[in-house]
Write a protein that binds this ligand. Structure first.
Ligand SMILES: [Zn+2]
Length: 345
């Protein structure tokens, strides 16, 4: 295989995963030319990744990367997710947000009621290994494996101990070390059986997005990325600074690429990029709807919002700087602010 070919592929994989060139080359070597280049997760692995993508909370504020994920290392039966070491404006680390969102704990008896949610976090998530470097999480009774990690400044074992101590002080009961689902977790699943089924059936979609989450940093030109789900209807909203044209065709082409992307097809594309009548003061939105060509459950709508000139996102620019966003990326997604700052300082 010519040298240039493997370098080109590694470069391509970096755009999807955020891995270093050397890591990307290694992953491709392990795949030995198999298609899809980024393996798809199946069964409990896929469900675990779907739940992590939904509850990670990497978009609650501005972090170094659009949804707080620096890189992912996807393999068929495991996934490594490297999170940003950034904190929110209030000084709360993203990794602590992730623990709040993911780890299940039962509410104190005094706060439980018959028709109320009795568990916070994601029922069924388990920690199979906690070290200074990261947490290996799974789903109770399965071999699913996602390793959450960060840079060396984060001590996950300490973070987890603090999280447990705080919950226990407030009389919550952590479930993440129990070998089986607790009665409260089982009750939660029974009460929400229909929704749990919908989440599981559409789990290929969020799992596939998580495995390609670097596209939001490497290909998207949005300075702000937010996403949410209602049952199996996923929404991603991308905000672009005035003067930055949303690269929606490039983004969608990457997402639907036959070798590197997901098995998704565009159902609708409503584009307002070049409408003559639009007043630049106001926002424009191009909307793309995607779903599986083989009718698997789950729909993805991506909203590419081009903010109008009314919008001054300089405060957001400062937040992104504080969070440690890459200067080359800031220059690309917020050129006006980046340029202005260089003149001022
Ligand atoms: Zn458009």
């Amino acid at each position: 295989m010519p040298h240039g070919y493997s370098d080109r592929n590694a470069k391509r994989l970096r755009r999807y995963t955020g891995l270093t060139h050397a890591q990307a080359k290694q992953l491709l070597k392990d795949r030995a030319g198999k298609v899809p280049r980024i393996p798809a997760a199946t069964g409990p692995q896929r469900l675990l990744e779907a739940l992590i993508f939904e509850h990670l909370r990497g978009d609650v504020d501005y972090f170094a990367h659009p949804i707080g994920i620096r890189s992912v290392f996807p393999q068929h039966d495991s996934l490594v997710v490297s999170l940003d070491a950034s904190s929110t404006r209030r000084g709360y680390p993203l990794v602590a947000h992730a623990l709040d969102g993911l780890l299940p704990a039962e509410l104190p008896k005094s706060e439980q009621s018959e028709d109320d949610v009795r568990v916070i976090g994601v029922p069924g998530i388990r920690i199979t290994r906690a070290s200074r470097k990261g947490l290996r999480v799974s789903l109770a009774g399965t071999k699913a494996s996602v390793f959450l990690t960060c840079d060396a400044s984060t001590n996950w074992a300490d973070l987890l101990a603090d999280h447990r101590a705080q919950l226990e002080a407030a009389r919550y009961r952590p479930c993440w070390s129990e070998p089986k689902m607790t009665p409260a977790e089982r009750a939660f699943h029974q009460d929400h059986a229909e929704m749990a089924r919908a989440v599981e059936e559409a789990s290929w979609l969020p799992s596939g997005l998580l495995r390609r989450s670097a596209l939001l940093h490497e290909v998207s030109a949005a300075y702000c990325t937010r996403y949410w789900v209602t049952w199996d209807q996923w929404r991603i909203e991308l905000k672009h600074d005035p003067g930055v044209k949303p690269p929606h065709n490039a983004f969608i082409n990457h997402l639907t690429d036959p070798k590197w992307g997901m098995n998704l097809a565009v159902d609708k594309l409503h584009c307002q990029c070049d409408v003559q009548w639009a007043d630049p003061h106001y926002d424009r939105q191009c909307t793309v709807e995607l779903s599986s060509p083989t009718s698997r459950p789950g729909v993805l709508q991506v909203r590419f919002r081009a903010m109008g000139t009314w919008c001054n996102a300089y405060d957001t620019y400062r937040d992104l700087k504080r969070a440690g966003a890459n200067p080359a990326w800031l220059r690309r997604v917020m050129p006006q602010h980046h340029h202005r700052r260089r003149i001022v300082s």
